[in-house]
Design a protein. Structure first.
Length: 369
């Protein structure tokens, strides 16, 4: 059943292959002379252009960071090894896996979400028990998992937060990744599914989340690991946030004023709290909370909506201070002390010389003092 047939109303977020359908079509037309791996809809060159952008074909850049990482990821997916994207939360690992699956297979929806409750059935297959009782273990009674479907259809499969699964569940993948076959003993001796060309696995794992389980050495050998790192360049991060904010706001962009110095303050705060160093060489304690670019975009978006619906239509630094609470106050009570130190020693000093920092500092007094 297609995505369109499931809903006739507007959706909050469409899959990458739907959002960027026009771009993918232009890439396909321009990709006729490039060699395509068996099972891939597009060539590796086209996949790279889809993710990193191409001005000539009017393809937007979707991933900002290490371009060489994209090349290595594509090369990994050409081979027998799976691709493991690791890194801090909020570094666009899931987005990158979605973009790769959309460009290569035209389908980013074959996804397994790893949790403490993930079972072997979620990874392989289960049964429609009414049909199982009526017909026995037939193909019609079998309920296929996303990985099963990916093997049959020759498509990329995404496994999100794989290290949240218990180790014994993770290791179900060991033989599947090695042999590219799935045995179905209920259907008789020798019953199996063999992966078609184009099948591979893109997994993601956060490095510091609670509940993370170490992967076995055997499973690690089935993957090539790539680390997705936070953006280090402040100017680049400002540009990214502005672009993402305009994309999120859509038509509202024309009705909301977004001062550049407020976005600069937001990025500066995040970069300093993320790194533990201020731009003038001071040292501060980093909070346990995730200070990612994705969180910064969320704050900017929330501030813009506040300005539009509850304010005067101008995104302001006071709103940034208020929204920062939702990012920081999550797990560790000590983070309150760390942010308070930042406000009292960094923001206060800058407030003496900058109106935007003054608004930020004054608004923070209510929450951090």
């Amino acid at each position: 059943m297609s995505q369109q047939s499931l809903s006739t109303t507007a959706v909050i977020r469409e899959s990458a292959e739907v959002r960027f359908a026009d771009e993918l079509q232009r890439l396909t037309l321009a990709d006729k002379d490039n060699p395509k791996p068996q099972g891939w809809l597009r060539s590796p060159r086209a996949v790279r252009r889809f993710i990193l952008g191409d001005d000539e074909l009017k393809i937007s850049q979707k991933f900002f960071g290490d371009d060489a990482l994209i090349d290595r990821a594509i090369v990994t997916l050409l081979g027998r090894q799976g691709l493991m994207l690791v890194g801090e939360p909020g570094t666009a690992k899931s987005m990158l896996s979605e973009l790769l699956a959309a460009a290569i297979s035209g389908d980013s929806g074959l996804t397994i979400q790893g949790t403490a409750g993930t079972t072997e059935d979620h990874i392989k297959y289960s049964w429609n028990y009414a049909l199982l009782l009526a017909e026995g273990p037939t193909q019609r009674a079998l309920v296929s998992s996303p990985l099963y479907q990916g093997m049959v259809q020759g498509k990329m499969v995404r496994f999100e937060e794989i290290t949240r699964c218990p180790p014994e569940i993770q290791d179900v993948l060991v033989s599947l990744m090695s042999e590219k076959q799935m045995m179905i003993p209920e259907m008789g001796e020798g019953a199996r599914v063999s992966a078609c060309p184009g099948f591979n696995l893109i997994a993601t794992a956060n490095l510091r989340d609670r509940g993370v389980h170490e992967m076995s050495a055997a499973l690690k050998r089935r993957f090539n690991f790539e680390t997705v790192r936070p953006i280090q360049d402040p100017a680049f991060e400002i540009e990214l946030i502005n672009m993402q904010l305009k994309r999120e706001l859509g038509d509202l962009t024309n009705t909301i004023a977004i001062p550049e110095n407020v976005i600069e303050l937001l990025v500066t705060t995040f970069q300093e709290l993320r790194s533990g160093n201020t731009r003038y060489g001071g040292n501060i304690q980093t909070p346990d909370a995730v200070m990612s670019s994705a969180e910064a975009v969320n704050i900017a978006y929330a501030c813009a909506l506040e300005a539009h619906y509850l304010g005067d239509g101008v995104l302001n630094a006071g709103a940034v201070a208020r929204q920062l609470i939702g990012v920081v106050l999550k797990d560790n009570a000590d983070d309150i002390k760390r942010i308070r130190y930042y406000m009292d020693n960094v923001a206060r000093e800058r407030a003496r010389h900058s109106d935007v920092w003054k608004a930020f500092f004054n608004a923070s007094k209510e929450f951090w003092r």
